[in-house]
Design a protein around this ligand. Structure first.
Ligand code: NAP
Ligand code: GDD
Length: 323
């Protein structure tokens, strides 16, 4: 039986990846930080699976890393933990950068010092492109990157470090440059979930207004369940590399809002307000990815795209809030 360690297991991607690896017969060791309230909702459905183990750890805790690598001797290690909110990274830049950049450095150092290092996956991000010019068919692995937030700067540092460790120490370390991916388990302060959840609450008479920021930003939105499979595929490839994971479609926040509100038969004019509070000091105007390399070399393709995604997120919020 293979063992995989996943950092950030209580997050959106950590929960989908755990489910996927458990279904493939893995033993999954999920690393979580200590929180004052129990926040294991996203892993509750497989919490009692005997092949699922939760361990405490934190991105700034080196000793626990060495202890856990020794205890479980994993074949695969997925680093998904991060303060992942771009807007919040402007408010707490030091915490964000310490976890995203130095946290990753701590992990890579621990891994390369193992006798038999696990294959390693790093959660890189399309935010790294920032406001670099976007080619008409989308950003590729070789496109220029000019990150536009503390979060994105730290992700680019980590992205470069993974490549550097791969080339310097011959470890099997890959980075997935994942474009935005969403699901009913998406954090409630990211714009897609904020919209679907508010629409469901308005429909059920529990809320009247939804306050949003920049509606003109464009994003390439895919489904988290599809994207975690790409992470696994990267670690099954014979050689490590970097891959863009995206749908190849881009839409404005306004289009996402219209799609959901039309589906719910709600009026945007009546319920949506623009609030300066949600604008960012520096915005990434457009993200569009070209995942040809992942398709050709890994055989990966997204199954769920924009229209289905908006509907599935709204419907699940509606059902959960109603009950
Ligand atoms: P998420 O839902 O925000 O989950 C982040 C996870 O990291 C949570 O489990 C969180 O724990 C944990 N974490 C945060 N700070 C930590 C710390 N100091 N020590 C230990 N754990 C810590 O993010 P996601 O959407 O699943 O994304 C997973 C990864 O992919 C992140 O690295 C993100 O930056 C990256 N990424 C995401 C997207 C996307 O569109 N979703 C796209 C590209 C890249 P708590 O539950 O305790 O908060
Ligand atoms: N969060 C939020 N809240 N965003 C808003 C709002 C709002 O009320 N109103 C408009 N937006 C706009 C943001 O300005 C941004 O342009 C867009 O909606 C998407 O914002 P988020 O959903 O917060 O995601 P993100 O694109 O900043 O970052 C996500 O994707 C990255 C990959 O490109 C996160 O998951 C990152 O961790 C990830 O790396």
């Amino acid at each position: 039986m293979k063992t995989a360690i996943i950092t950030g297991v209580t997050g959106q991607d950590g929960s989908y990846l755990s489910e996927f690896l458990l279904s493939k017969g893995y033993r999954v060791v999920g690393l979580k930080r200590r929180t004052s309230l129990i926040n294991t909702d996203r892993v509750d459905s497989f919490y009692d699976d005997p092949n699922f183990i939760l361990e405490y750890w934190d991105l700034n805790d080196v000793g626990s890393l060495y202890r856990l690598l020794k205890k479980y001797n994993p074949q695969e290690f997925y680093n998904l933990a991060a303060q992942s909110h771009v807007r919040v990274s402007f408010d707490i830049p030091e915490h964000t950068v310490d976890g995203v950049a130095l946290g990753l450095l701590r992990i890579l150092e621990a891994i390369r010092n193992q006798d038999d290092p696990p294959r390693f996956y790093q959660a890189s991000s399309s935010e790294m492109y920032g406001d670099a010019p976007c080619p008409p068919t989308g950003y590729t692995e070789d496109s220029k990157m000019t990150p536009a937030s503390p979060y994105a700067c730290a992700k680019l540092f980590s992205h470069n470090l993974v490549r550097n460790y791969r080339e310097s120490y011959d470890i099997h370390a890959s980075s997935g440059i994942l474009f935005n991916h969403e699901s009913p388990r998406r954090g409630e302060t990211f714009v897609t979930r904020k919209i679907t959840r508010a629409a469901a609450r308005i429909k059920l008479g529990l809320q009247t207004e939804l306050h949003l920021g920049n509606l003109d930003a464009m994003r390439d939105w895919g489904y988290a369940g599809d994207y975690v499979e790409a992470m696994w595929m990267m670690l099954q490839a014979s050689t490590p590399d970097d891959y863009v994971i995206s749908t190849g479609e881009t839409h404005t926040v306004r289009e996402f809002l219209e799609e959901v509100f039309n589906h719910a038969e709600l009026s945007i004019e009546k319920h949506v307000r623009i609030d300066k509070k949600y604008f960012r000091p520096h915005e990434v105007p457009l993200l569009l990815g070209d995942s040809t390399k992942a398709h050709q070399q890994l055989g990966w393709k997204p199954q769920i795209k924009f229209k289905n995604l908006t509907a599935l997120m709204y419907e699940e919020d509606f059902i959960n809030i109603k009950h």
